[in-house]
Design a binder for this molecule. Structure first.
Ligand SMILES: Nc1ncnc2c1ncn2[C@@H]1O[C@H](COP(=O)(O)OP(=O)(O)OP(=O)(O)O)[C@@H](O)[C@H]1O
Ligand SMILES: [Mg+2]
Length: 456
């Protein structure tokens, strides 16, 4: 039979160990008790035999023998007195075969001693004491049945106490094992719920031991899973939206163009520009997704070549100019310094695109300025806008994957929450870093720091 309940298992283990210990202890105590008792009886028997022998020594007469036998009447011990040839002179009871067994050996003795102490298999414990100089012998008998009765009572008593102790102990073991396993059971239930998709679980654990830590970890894991589940769903919705919008434009304008209904060359070019712009947008979005998946599996490798940062900035500004124009934002570059850098051009373009696109996307008025200048050993690229800004509490979180400040404000603008995450990874993989300063309703400044003395 396979036990499924951990508390039952624990209880059984504890109980088995407890019973085993109790049994061992019982055997030891029983041994000590019976040894102690037989030792006591043997010593008493020899001492009393010796006493009688000493009394008989001076006057080994019939009266003296009768007197000695009389002293042993009405007690549990028996006495038997023989002459030196082991002929019986008197006995406190009619001697039976067991009593005669030792006498019939007819051995001579010079001091008091035990002749038989195997009380389990013989009827008596037997001692012998010589009277004077081989005048006769005093045999003393202690009935084994008495000893057996005593050990029986002792066993019965210890059995009852053991049962009592066991009863209490089982109760305690039951309570303890339930107490130990209770948090484990609630963790089991919590993980079952988590496996069914209810990630956020409350596990009631107290203290700070390993079990409590495990409970807390499971709870934290659930919260993390819940967070990923929610962000994943939002992310998928955002990605499909981001893809659907340019696709609708591309499809609409290319349909119109292919039908040949537009005759004006300018209008055709205008439509083609829109298509190119939307394709570019799609391509940057797909690149973000691609970079994220590469970062995720640790396959993010740069292909560096010497390039001028200002050239990259100029290219992206040209690319995003129409978007800025549409919002009537001024978009300009200020190139105060430049260095030839070993960069992964396509990726650096992606990072700058994400930052400048954000600046345009999150500004409704004013201007977006990209400035490159030298500061100590760094080439700094600042992307400055006069847009809605970022609340203080979100400033550290905007770098996280899928994180978007306030859903309601980003819903209008669209976005997947990947842009800054990817930009930061790209810049850091070039040995640089990026910082942000922002004030709500005033604008934001993102600054990229790249080590100017990087080796090519
Ligand atoms: N220049 C900025 N001004 C104001 N808020 C910004 C700016 N740049 C980023 N943010 C905030 O930071 C969030 C994260 O930016 P991120 O670029 O990672 O994602 P996104 O722009 O929402 O989506 P996408 O993946 O399409 O770029 C944005 O949702 C926005 O709220
Ligand atoms: Mg963005």
């Amino acid at each position: 039979m396979k036990l499924k309940s951990i508390s039952l298992k624990l209880g059984l283990w504890f109980s088995t160990i407890f019973i085993a210990l109790l049994l061992i202890l019982g055997f030891i105590l029983y041994g000590i008790f019976t040894n102690f008792l037989t030792d006591f009886i043997e010593q008493d028997l020899v001492a009393r035999g010796n006493n009688h022998a000493r009394n008989l020594e001076g006057q080994f007469t019939k009266e003296a023998i009768e007197h000695a036998i009389g002293m042993e009447r009405g007690v549990s011990t028996r006495i038997l007195i023989t002459d030196s040839n082991h002929q019986i002179l008197g006995s406190s009871i009619e001697p039976n075969e067991d009593m005669m067994e030792q006498i019939n050996i007819k051995k001579s003795f010079h001091e008091g001693q035990i002749l038989e102490n195997d009380w389990q298999d013989h009827e008596y414990i037997v001692s012998v004491s010589p009277v004077g100089n081989d005048s006769g012998y005093v045999y003393m008998y202690y009935p084994s049945s008495k000893l057996k009765d005593m050990t029986f009572v002792m066993s019965l008593l210890s059995l009852i106490t053991s049962l009592g102790i066991m009863f209490v102990a089982f109760g305690l073991i039951g309570i303890l094992s339930r107490l130990f396993t209770k948090p484990l059971l609630s963790m089991k239930n919590a993980t079952i719920q988590m496996a069914q998709g209810q990630y956020k679980q409350k596990i009631p654990v107290k203290g700070n031991d390993e079990i409590a830590q495990l409970g807390n970890s499971i709870q934290a894991l659930g919260e993390q899973l819940q967070y990923y589940e929610t962000t994943r769903n939002e992310f998928l919705a955002a990605v499909s939206h981001e893809i659907r919008t340019p696709l609708t434009y591309i499809k609409g304008y290319s349909d119109v163009l292919s039908k040949g209904i537009i005759d004006s060359r300018e209008e055709q070019e205008e439509y083609l520009k829109i298509i190119t712009k939307e394709v570019n947008r799609l391509s940057f979005l797909v690149n973000d997704l691609f970079e994220m998946s590469k970062l995720q599996v640790g396959k993010f490798e740069l292909t560096k070549e010497p390039a001028k940062m200002n050239d990259i900035i100029k290219k992206i500004i040209t690319n995003l100019k129409p978007a800025a124009d549409r919002k009537e934002l001024e978009l300009k570059g200020e190139y105060k310094a430049d260095v030839l850098f070993p960069v992964d051009v396509r990726r650096m373009e992606q990072a700058l695109y994400n930052l400048i696109e954000n600046a345009i996307k999150y500004s409704d008025k004013g201007k977006v300025t990209v400035i490159s200048f030298l500061q100590n050993e760094f080439l700094v690229i600042e992307i400055k806008d006069t847009g809605i800004g970022i609340p203080e509490k979100d400033l550290t979180k905007i770098w996280e994957r899928f994180y978007r400040v306030d859903q309601s404000r980003t819903r209008k603008t669209g976005g997947t929450g990947l842009g800054l995450y990817v930009a930061k990874q790209i810049i850091e993989s070039h040995g640089g870093y990026i910082t942000v300063k922002s004030k709500e309703n005033e604008g934001s400044v993102f600054s990229i720091f790249l080590k100017a003395k990087s080796e090519i």
